[in-house]
Design a protein around this ligand. Structure first.
Ligand SMILES: Nc1ncnc2c1ncn2[C@@H]1O[C@H](COP(=O)(O)OP(=O)(O)OP(=O)(O)O)[C@@H](O)[C@H]1O
Length: 316
């Protein structure tokens, strides 16, 4: 936490000290005062938090946790300016939830937020699965895992379905080696890397029960519930609006009914299934327009009709 610009600082009995880009020589005197609002504005963290609110439907508890973490980091860096060394907070996390519930999307925003608040140097996300970390032969796992860790330094390492790293039935599985390297780095290099483990809640719980070392290094558990029908509809509308489409009034009940039926079918992937349904509707819409000879207007180019969804097979 050294070398940061001196945002929003002033002495108790004087105006703001000099230009904002002058670094302070040492810790602030005990009677100094720091303008938290200015500190907050300078970090530009609110842009990321606002875009989370704007771009993602629902997920209120997830958004609240991310805001809490942002507040902690902001206050921490002001404390550091007074010379209070509280150590780096542990930010390794576990995101539990079904497919398509927004875990990767939130992790991308989180990485950016951690960067803006000075916690990590770069703020990129490296998403991986077991195959990226674990080799097939003896001696292959350590270099693979270390290479991934090297790529992730300065950002967030997102391990999807992390429980695949551990195979209870095989003591000599190479996944164990990857876990041990991860554990070490999570403990010793947490000043420039945040690890997010993601996956289904029950499987994640079983993984932690068998890997207490991993469990104890995770500071934040955040659950991403499946979306309710109304949320799926809103997600769909948001996606369509972004792409310049809208539903004709008579399409609304058809789309709603499609989501209701799709939701209870196997391999339903929440927002991702909504996206896929829209992609298919776009294809049909385009085919329909081309099949009808004549001119098109803006309304025709942007309006999805019931038949664009009706042909959608609910098991896709
Ligand atoms: N609440 C939401 N509002 C709007 N769009 C969403 C929401 N949740 C997810 N999406 C969109 O759905 C898609 C899938 O989301 P994402 O990849 O983040 O899910 P995931 O939980 O990581 O899935 P998986 O575990 O299967 O990888 C993305 O395009 C994302 O932008």
């Amino acid at each position: 936490m050294t070398g940061r610009p001196a945002f929003g600082m002033r002495s108790a009995d004087g105006p703001a000290d000099g230009p904002a880009d002058e670094a302070p020589a040492g810790p602030l005197p005990p009677d100094a005062r720091v303008d938290l609002a200015r500190e907050r504005a300078e970090s530009q963290a609110d842009e990321v938090l606002d875009s989370l609110d704007r771009d993602l439907v629902g997920l209120a508890p997830v958004k609240a946790r991310v805001r809490e973490i942002a507040a902690l980091l902001l206050v921490d860096r002001v404390r550091a300016r007074f010379g209070i060394d509280s150590g780096r907070p542990n930010l390794h996390m576990c995101f539990t939830g079904g497919p398509g519930t927004g875990k990767t999307t939130v992790a991308v925003r989180l990485a950016e937020l951690l960067h803006r608040l000075g916690y990590v140097r770069k703020g990129h996300l490296v998403p991986v699965t077991r195959d990226d970390l674990v080799g097939q032969y003896v001696g292959h796992t350590a270099p693979k895992t270390k290479e991934v860790l090297k790529r992730a330094m300065g950002g967030v390492l997102f391990i999807d379905e992390a429980y695949h790293l551990y195979r209870a039935e095989n003591e000599r599985d190479y996944g164990q080696e990857a876990i041990e390297i991860l554990l070490q780095v999570m403990e010793n290099q947490r000043d420039d890397l945040v690890v997010v483990l993601a996956g289904y809640k029950d499987r994640m719980d079983a993984f932690f029960a068998s890997n207490p070392g991993m469990s104890s290094r995770i500071a934040h558990h955040i659950d991403f519930p499946d979306y309710e029908p109304a949320e799926l509809e809103e997600i769909g509308r948001l996606m369509m609006a972004r792409e310049g489409y809208r539903l004709a009034p008579e399409t609304v009940p058809v789309f709603r009914d499609y989501l209701r039926r799709r939701r209870v079918r196997p391999r339903f992937a929440n927002a991702r299934s909504v996206r896929n349904a829209i992609e298919r509707a776009r294809l049909r819409h385009a085919g329909r327009l081309l099949a009808a000879p004549g001119e098109v207007d803006l309304a025709a180019l942007t309006t999805l009709l019931p038949e664009d969804f009706l042909a959608s097979r609910v098991f896709e």
